[in-house]
Design a protein around this ligand. Structure first.
Ligand SMILES: [Cu+2]
Length: 249
């Protein structure tokens, strides 16, 4: 009776051992499968495993500092913080200050008037906001106006420069007033002045000193040749643009 019981127990143990061995084999097999899946996931680039976020999170901060040094790649001209950064011609490219001239001054003179042309070849209106000249203590935008029979000069404030137009500074009208001349202006010399524009930034141009009784430069640019009486003249291109839509039915 006892032997039978022992035999039954032995059989039971073997059965348990067999089960344990089976479980162990199944566990090893499962580990092998799991290992190969993990290995595949690690090598597969698109696998949505934990390695993916680990790879992108260091990549993100890398792009942020890369952008920061890239933003000042479009340097805005000083004085024109609103200038849009585009590949197209900037407002500064489309403003040209030409034909600057003034008259020679006698010894002791403290003032002089500068005349020139401001050409705006862009489609956006601009305005002159200021002027600088080293030759005088003060430079300002002036306007001559007739009050009855007397011509009076006054500060012009900001001067509008319409789109596709030339603004002419000429005797009897707009001029740049130099006050507190540091030295007499001598015929044949030239000097630089700088005009500031709301959109077009700072534009430096040359001013030629003509004879004391000069009425204007003998040889003007092509644009200036067309300026006779008008102080603001549309550019030829602008006139063509105006005609073009009229021809369309
Ligand atoms: Cu004046």
């Amino acid at each position: 009776m006892y032997q039978v019981w022992q035999e039954w127990l032995d059989n039971r143990r073997w059965a348990q051992r067999g089960m344990a061995f089976g479980l162990l084999a199944a566990g090893i097999a499962a580990l092998c499968i799991l290992g190969s899946v993990v290995a595949f996931a690690a090598t597969a680039p698109t696998a949505p495993t934990t390695t993916a976020p680990a790879a992108t999170s260091p990549a993100k901060p890398a792009t942020v500092p890369a952008k920061a040094p890239g933003t000042p790649a479009s340097p805005a001209k000083p004085g024109s913080p609103n200038a849009p950064a585009t590949a197209a011609p900037t407002p500064a490219d489309q403003i040209n200050v030409t034909d600057g001239w003034t008259r020679a001054t006698p010894n002791g003179a403290t003032t002089a008037a500068i005349y020139l042309n401001v050409v705006n070849s862009g489609n956006a209106a601009d305005q002159i906001t200021g002027v600088e000249a080293n030759e005088a203590a003060k430079a300002s935008l002036h306007m001559t106006e007739m009050t009855g029979n007397t011509a009076q000069m006054k500060d012009a404030g900001n001067m509008p420069v319409p789109a596709n137009a030339t603004v002419s500074f000429a005797p009897g009208g707009k001029h740049i007033m130099l006050e507190g001349l540091k030295a007499p202006l001598k015929e044949g010399e030239s000097f630089l002045i700088t005009l500031s524009f709301e959109k077009g930034g700072r534009q430096t141009t040359s001013v030629k000193v003509l004879a004391a009784n000069a009425t204007g430069p003998e040889k003007r640019s092509g644009v200036a040749d067309k300026l006779l009486n008008a102080e603001v003249t549309p550019l030829p291109s602008a006139a063509d643009k105006d005609k073009a839509p009229a021809k369309k039915p």
